[in-house]
Design a protein. Structure first.
Length: 107
């Protein structure tokens, strides 16, 4: 924001709409601003990342089917994957902003 043509318009918060070229979806970003520039200092933290900073909130507009065109990419809420030299595994495949495969950790 500070080094681009995007203007920090808000007094405390600026909203930026970003087009994700990989998925064709819009992401709305809320960035804290001070003196017309994005704030970088704050108490927000990400586990596993050293230090803290100012948070950036992301709101994914219509994220379902970003890659496959539907929330449950196979059309089913549960699927069985047959893995070579392994027993079949029940999974859920979700396409919501990013494709994800959910597997029961007890398997």
């Amino acid at each position: 924001m500070d080094n681009s043509k995007i203007e920090a318009r808000g007094i405390l918060l600026s909203m930026v709409r970003v087009y994700n070229v990989n998925t064709g979806k819009i992401i709305e970003e809320h960035v804290k601003v001070k003196g017309g520039k994005a704030m970088v200092h704050g108490d927000a933290e990400i586990k596993g990342v050293p230090g803290t900073g100012s948070p950036v909130e992301l709101f994914f507009e219509n994220p379902n089917g970003a890659t496959t065109g539907k929330a449950f990419s196979t059309g089913s809420r549960k699927d069985i994957l047959e893995i070579l030299d392994h027993f079949p595994i029940e999974v859920t495949m979700i396409d919501c902003a990013n494709p994800v495969v959910v597997v029961n950790a007890k398997v």
